[in-house]
Every structure is written in C-alpha cells, then in structure tokens.
Design a protein around this ligand. Structure first.
Ligand code: SF4
Length: 187
C-alpha cells in the first residue's frame, strides 16, 4: 500500500529518524466504526513490534478494554508514527513540529478507514484534533462534531496504568463509547 510505504520511508523528523527502531503506521479494520488516536509509539511497545499499542502494558490494556466492550471494527493509530525519545532514551512527548509533520499521514489514514467516531486517547491527542477550547473531561465526555465524524475524549491507557484512574471506571468509559458506536450504526 502506497501510504504505508511512504510512512516507512519518511525522514521528516530528523530526531525521530535517528532513534526510532521502526515506523509504526495505524493498524486495524479497513472500515472502522471507531478510530483510536494516541500520541506516539512507545519504546517498549509499537517501536519494538511495529504495531501501535501492542507489546506493552498500555497496549494490552487498550486492546483488552476494546475487546471487553464489544467494539469490533476499530482502527488504532497515533499523532506521530515514530517513537520520540529524550536524551536519556526515555519516551518523551512529540514536539509540535513533529506532530505537524505527521498530520497528513493521520488525515490519510482516517480518510481510508472512515470512522464514525475518533476516540482521542489523552489530552494531547484531544487538543490536536478537537482544539484547545474543547473541554477535555473523559468522565463527562462532550463529543465534538467534525465534518463526517465525532471526536470523543478518553484517557490514555497509560493514565490508568499509572494508577491515576481506576480500571473499573476506564472499562465503563469503553462501554459508553461502545453504546455511542452502536447508536452511530455500528460497533
Ligand atoms: S513521526 Fe511521522 S512525519 Fe515524523 S519521521 Fe515519523 S512518519 Fe515521518
């Protein structure tokens, strides 16, 4: 597929090109009801496996929540497709220019899978897609309509992994998302 080949050959972000193990395109259903957008591949997860949200605790939790909620046609991706690291080799947040560099890949992925709902995992993904003025409150989510889809705020699974949000509440958020997906005509 041309898009994936273009991503895998991408050299737009010099700092990420230097340290990435691989480029991590989005992954999932060819036609998705829900697309999940995280921040970046993790160094112990997607950067190792080549698949977003896989191989680490965040990925395991996200995929379990999806499975248990009954969501089926999902697509999973990130704001950026390469793992950002700090000078000590730890995960860092992507910079604004790196997110901007990768934006057209995200737009192209979403245009292909055509989700009805884009679930933004964490405040950074939400701000990038819904805008700074849209309130980020996954406990009382206020979806934002954007052209043919709905943007939906959720906590990043890493937030629950760190113990800042209970797994029970997180599971409830996914059940609520699955209900919204069902009312939008699919799961
Ligand atoms: S993060 Fe995106 S834009 Fe930057 S090098 Fe990787 S694929 Fe290219």
């Amino acid at each position: 597929m041309e898009l994936r080949e273009a991503m895998r050959a991408c050299l737009r972000c010099p700092a990420l090109v230097r340290t990435r193990a691989c480029v991590v395109p989005g992954d999932g259903a060819a036609r998705a009801t829900v697309a999940f957008v995280g921040i970046a591949p993790g160094r112990f997860g997607g950067d190792r496996t080549g698949v977003p949200f896989s191989g680490d605790r965040s990925g395991d939790l996200l995929r379990r929540m999806i499975r248990e909620s009954g969501l089926r046609r999902v697509f999973i991706t990130n704001l950026v497709r390469c793992n950002p690291r700090d000078e000590l080799g730890r995960n860092r947040d992507p910079r604004g220019d790196e997110i901007a560099n990768c934006r057209d890949y995200l737009t192209a992925e979403l245009a292909i899978v055509r989700p009805r709902i884009v679930a933004c995992l964490g405040r950074m993904a939400w701000r990038e897609l819904a805008g700074k003025s849209a309130p980020f409150d996954p406990r009382n989510p206020i979806p934002v309509a954007a052209r043919s889809l709905v943007l939906y705020p959720m906590f990043h699974p890493g937030y629950a992994i760190r113990g800042a949000y209970s797994e029970r509440l997180y599971r409830g958020d996914f059940v609520r998302l699955a209900s919204l997906a069902a009312s939008a005509g699919g799961r």
